[in-house]
Design a protein around this ligand. Sequence first.
Ligand SMILES: [Fe+2]
Ligand SMILES: [Fe+2]
Length: 455
Amino acid sequence: MKQTKLAFIADTHHFSKTLADNGRQYHLRSGSDQKCLLETGDIIDAAFAMLAKSDCDAVLIAGDVSDDGEVVCHEEFREKLRVLQKSKPVYLITATHDWCSDENPRRYVGDAVLTDVPVLDHTELRDFYADFGPNQALSEFRTHLGVSSFTVDVGENVRVLALNDDQSGMGGAGFSEEHFQWIEAQLAKAKEDGKIVVGMEHHLLIAHIHPMLTARSCVKDREIVAARLADAGLRYMFEGHSHMQAIDTFTSPKGNTITSVNIGSLVGYPAPIFYVTVQDDGLHIEEERVQSFTHEGKTIDAQPYLKAHATALIDRLVEGALISKDEFADRLSAMGLKGGDLRNLYYVVHPFAKLYFSANVGTLAKVMRFLGLGRFLDPAAVAQYREKPFRDFVHETWLSILDGRGRGVGDENYTKLVVGVGDALVQLRSCKLTLELRQALRSIVTKDYFSNAVI
Ligand SMILES: [Fe+2]
Ligand SMILES: [Fe+2]
């Protein structure tokens, strides 16, 4: 039997070029976003060309297909889907950015942000994308928002359970009781039909990497939801939303497991496509990244370009910490990170902000010795990395969060340096935030989720 190969992408967030000029307000928005905006159509074209040429049996898209629900973004995106569909079956779920759930549609003209942008309502999305799931569905469930969950068969032995988890009706993402009963019936039917079920939803089932980073991206009552899905027999879930990457397994109190794979955004670093081959020993996951795209007539080397875009975000944030706590908090909010606790990151970032822009590891070690924190930096590690800018470590840590590949794997000295800085932060100011940050750093630097991943 031919092995079934699925291709997953997520968070394509298509932004129409008609919504912005290259003015100040556009640059403020673009500069506060890890993913791209005006480049999205060009990146999607490059990715769709790769998918069309690949040997996958179907393309699956895990929600947030448009920037923020704008009609023009959806229409342009659907045209691209129609072209891809000539080569591959394409199935998608929509998510909250597809109906502008923040009720704040925007376009950017010079110094002005205008809100006169038509958006699709959630009740319109199912029919708008009917050719990409609902029309091929074996079974379909429409939620109280009118959006669609459905099942489709791919290849000879795989059934995809595509779940729209926009609002459970109980104050957060997830599934109503009626939705759950439909899911459980689908899983029972798939078992009867001898199918391997692969799930897809938008929000996270598990707080990957560290809850500090991803708890707010999860479905409400995530452990209850994950347990119920695992106990009903679902083993695999692919998800988007966080724009970060990781794989984790949850075990229910009854001992059933579900593994969830978080796929990063296609239109920001690392611009991933996940090819998932269903084999006897499990699902084999291979990541391929968009390597180049054409933008404004130029060929862009995608990976360095997207890395630079993502890391510039960190530089602007640290720069904010040099100015004031309010400025730092404003820049955090512009990135979509609110929450009282995160505002207090200022106290962690501020003492290092000047060093961030000028120090290499050698200088950092000297300053830490001066502060009585020298014992937290391993001398051999400092010697190996003496000339490397401190800022590079911060950038790489951020990139590891986004791509799920810890830079310290197989490099003990690298790990010691990053973990040592975390320990020093706790020594400097011991509080919930620094303790969590230390744990998160350890996890980020030491885990590589995607090398030879089999789940
Ligand atoms: Fe998203
Ligand atoms: Fe999202």
